[in-house]
Design a protein around this ligand. Structure first.
Ligand code: ADP
Ligand code: MG
Length: 581
């Protein structure tokens, strides 16, 4: 068997944009995983200790290396993947600089075992780029590589590493990107002896669900289109699944994760009018394009890319996403084929006389209060008789509560029509229940597997210190170190995905004593405002009933926490006056 690793000619290596390969543990993991993928592995195991600071190990069942190749692979510009400069532009494999292992080995302690073809397995140990020892190994297949104590010989860089939480987050980002683009590979991810991901070989949508959880399933909208410029496929997420952060945005070009402002922009523009301010759509977009029509070397980390034909690509992606949103009834259906102007803006479409209906997922409500409470039993006898609803009247089984304009709930009592502002009503309900929790200290919280980390401004920190007890009493478990906030537990019922937003929203407001009775009052007001259902949200029957019943069980059903009128009533006289007036 011929050895396959070659030293790159200097001119080739110089033409490749150089970049620091090793910035942090996650960049090591990325290089190792890409090598395993290039080696045609079908199963990859990742073992991480202390967020990769002590150990990053990757075990694969790929083609392996000969003894000679193992040595060569740690030499700068040693690669089996490029021979001449043209190869760079047509390369389809993942890594191609031939310097990753050399760079990694120079700043860590490496142990590698590999077996190639029918040769004997071999083991080598390298510290700081210097060969320490080697021997035979009884490894049965593929390659196992351990990177220990990264930057042990560059203390300044080691000190520069962030907390374990931050580094682990980066590691998981890298893992997610590669696991999504390679659903055909089985992955096991072991963090500090605990297997936190086991992903069997599966389809792309199953892989996305395996990583992000069952809830994402019904939010996946498939996209698929072949054009002369590129083939585009993947999924966009329904607007309800949008987030304040961009963490659900994945773009792969020729199956490699990239960041591209113009692609993000093109997709965001397709969502125009469907998202609340400050929210970003989620997507998993795969672009297949002729490699000679792109330049992937514009950025040393190769996550940025340049397209020759970016104008057209922009329009294609933009209309494709709009079209898919339309088909899935998330936005008004646009007839893709008949649409003469492919760039028709969503605003123009929206101004057509028919009202777009946007189905909003009720799960969006972070405090899943709506679950299974049923109407009639809850009606409270202490309620002011005027507000008592007619719903137990058997003669009147027909529609008693309904929603109009996705904003108001209409109901009746014996003599009047009641029109309730759904947002203000829900604020009142939540406000009273939060206050109760705060004073009774009566909430359940859920511990997060991965604590959420937030960096606070000085101002936010100041406010946080004032209301830390409220946060705790409602079920948050928060540690603050300097300006870093670490959220370890959250109240049961708050969506993990909404936590950052909720906290930032609370802490961005000014707490002043004149508007608020107390810090508890302030906290409950803010939280109810942020987590209440909003105007524009279509409500199910159960949700409407929930609002009506719980509102009228509140201590003060008339006014919102900010003293706005929650509902109006029209009695017989009011209505008759309308006709006579
Ligand atoms: P590059 O991936 O750019 O070629 P690297 O420094 O990452 O450079 O790796 C050097 C060489 O070592 C690769 O070209 C490949 O031949 C070999 N190699 C590295 N990791 C593996 C692996 N897991 N399985 C098989 N061969 C590998
Ligand atoms: Mg590589």
């Amino acid at each position: 068997m011929p050895d396959i690793v070659k030293i790159l000619p200097a001119d080739v290596s110089n033409k490749i944009a150089a970049g620091e390969v090793v910035q942090r543990p996650s960049s090591v993991l990325k290089e190792l995983l890409e090598n395993s993928i290039d080696a045609k592995s079908s199963k990859i195991t990742i073992i991480i200790k202390n967020a990769g600071k002590n150990l990053i190990q990757v075990i694969d069942d790929g083609q392996g290396m000969s003894k000679n190749d193992m040595h060569l692979s740690f030499t700068k510009h040693a690669t089996s993947k490029i021979n001449k400069i043209e190869d760079i532009f047509s390369i389809s494999s993942m890594g191609f600089r031939g310097e990753a292992l050399a760079a990694i080995a120079s700043v860590s302690m490496v142990e590698m075992e590999s077996i190639y073809d029918n040769q004997n397995g071999h083991f080598i140990e390298i510290n700081g780029g210097v060969l320490l020892s080697e021997k035979d190994s009884n490894i049965q297949e593929g390659t196992s590589i351990k990177i220990k104590n990264i930057f042990y010989n560059v203390p300044a860089r080691r000190n520069f590493l962030k907390s374990d939480f931050v580094e682990l987050r980066h590691i998981l980002d890298v893992f997610h990107r590669l696991a999504i683009s390679h659903p055909e590979i089985e992955f096991s991810f072991i963090n500090n002896e605990e297997e936190i991901f086991y992903l069997k070989e599966e389809s792309l949508n199953k892989r996305i669900i395996s990583i992000f959880g069952e809830k994402i399933r019904e939010n996946l909208i498939p996209i698929n289109e072949s054009t002369q410029i590129a083939n585009i496929s993947g999924f966009v997420l329904k607007p309800e699944f949008s987030k304040k952060s961009r963490s659900n945005q994945f773009v792969f070009v020729n199956n490699r994760f990239i960041k591209s402002q113009f692609i993000s922009h093109s997709i965001s523009a397709s969502f125009e009018g469907l998202l609340n301010d400050g929210y970003h759509p989620g997507y998993f977009l795969f672009i297949e394009i002729d490699p000679t029509k792109i330049d992937v070397n514009v950025h040393p980390n190769k996550t940025e890319i340049k397209f020759d034909d970016d104008q057209n690509l922009y329009s294609i992606i933009n209309s494709l996403v709009k079209h898919s949103l339309g088909i899935y009834q998330v936005s008004p259906v646009l007839d893709f084929d008949k649409d003469p102007s492919i760039d028709i803006s969503y605003n123009q479409v929206k101004s057509q006389p028919t009202n777009p209906t946007i189905e909003i997922n009720s799960e969006f409500n972070p405090f899943k209060v709506f679950k299974d409470e049923k109407v009639s039993k809850i009606i409270n006898d202490d309620m002011a008789p005027d507000y008592k609803l007619n719903i137990e009247d058997d003669n009147n089984q027909a529609l008693k509560i309904f929603q109009i304009l996705n904003k108001f709930i209409v109901s009746t009592n014996k003599s009047s029509l009641i029109i309730i502002n759904q947002n203000l009503a829900h604020q009142r309900i939540l406000y009273e229940s939060f206050l109760k929790s705060i004073f009774e200290n009566s909430v359940n919280s859920q511990k997060l597997v991965f604590p959420i980390e937030l960096t606070l401004t000085k101002k936010q920190l100041l406010l946080f210190n004032k209301i830390i007890d409220e946060f705790k009493s409602i079920g948050f478990d928060i540690i603050v170190k300097n300006e870093l906030m670490l959220i370890e537990s959250i109240p049961f019922g708050i969506e993990k995905n909404n936590v950052e937003e909720v906290i930032e929203n609370i802490l961005n407001e000014e707490f002043n004593v004149s508007n608020n009775f107390s810090s508890a009052d302030f906290f409950a007001k803010r939280l109810s405002k942020i987590t209440s259902i909003k105007s524009g949200q279509k409500l199910s029957m159960d949700e409407q009933e929930y609002i009506v019943n719980h509102l009228f069980s509140c201590k003060e059903p008339n006014l919102s926490p900010d003293n706005k009128q929650i509902f109006i009533t029209l009695n017989k006289n009011d209505i008759e006056n309308k006709f006579n007036g």
